[in-house]
Structures are given as structure tokens and as C-alpha cells.
Write a protein that binds this ligand. Sequence first.
Ligand SMILES: [Zn+2]
Length: 134
Amino acid sequence: MTVARFWRDIPSRYNLYGSRCSGCGKVYFPMRHICPECRRSSIGKMQRHRLSGKGRVHSFSVVHDAPPQLAALKPYAVAIVEMDEGVKVTGQLVDVDIEEIDIGMGVEAVLRKIGDEGPGGIIHYGFKFSPRFD
Ligand SMILES: [Zn+2]
């Protein structure tokens, strides 16, 4: 990823911004400019919406055969998380034993290093999901 692309993406990467249709109230992530439900009538009515970061594990899979840059992490779990707002977001599950992951488990988004571009290179951060206990 280029530096310019990375900096452009920062607001949504760091704050989990999606969009909300002010017509029907549905929340989308990633952001959309048009609501698929309201179509034309939603043009110009989509608002930036910050997700709470809280959700539940909808499904997950354990990755045993990782690409070289992620080999040190394996095995690791990647989940589809259904956020409290109803949208589904894919992310790695961290801070939990793989055997303890359950469908429906409460999780929250946490900011973590997701990669770097070698010694002296840029370190990228993004969201992963960690268990929550409330
Ligand atoms: Zn709508």
C-alpha cells in the first residue's frame, strides 16, 4: 500500500466509520454513498456514522496455512463479527485461545499493528477483535 493511500484511509481505519442512511436508518460498513434500500432517494442523505466497535462473533475460521508475512501468527482466527449496528465486519480475533472462541461471543474492536513494510518502513495499524466481558 502506498503512503498516500494509507493516510487517506486513516479516518475509517482508526475510528470504524461507516455510513448511515438518514432515510431508513440502516448502517453500512464500509461507507456507502447510496443506500441499496432507498436507492435514488438516499443520494445526499448518507451520513458518516461511527460504529460502537462492539459486536458478536457471527462465524470464524482458524487459519493454519498463513501467507509468509503472517506466518509468525499462525494458527490464528479470523471472524465475521456482527456489530451491534447490524453490519458484519471481518477481522482477526486476538487475546483469546482458539479453543475458547464461540459463535455469539462478545467482542470489541481494538487497534493493533497489522503489518509493516520491513525495517525502517511504515507500520500499519488497523482493527482486530478482542473478547469483551460485559
Ligand atoms: Zn436507506
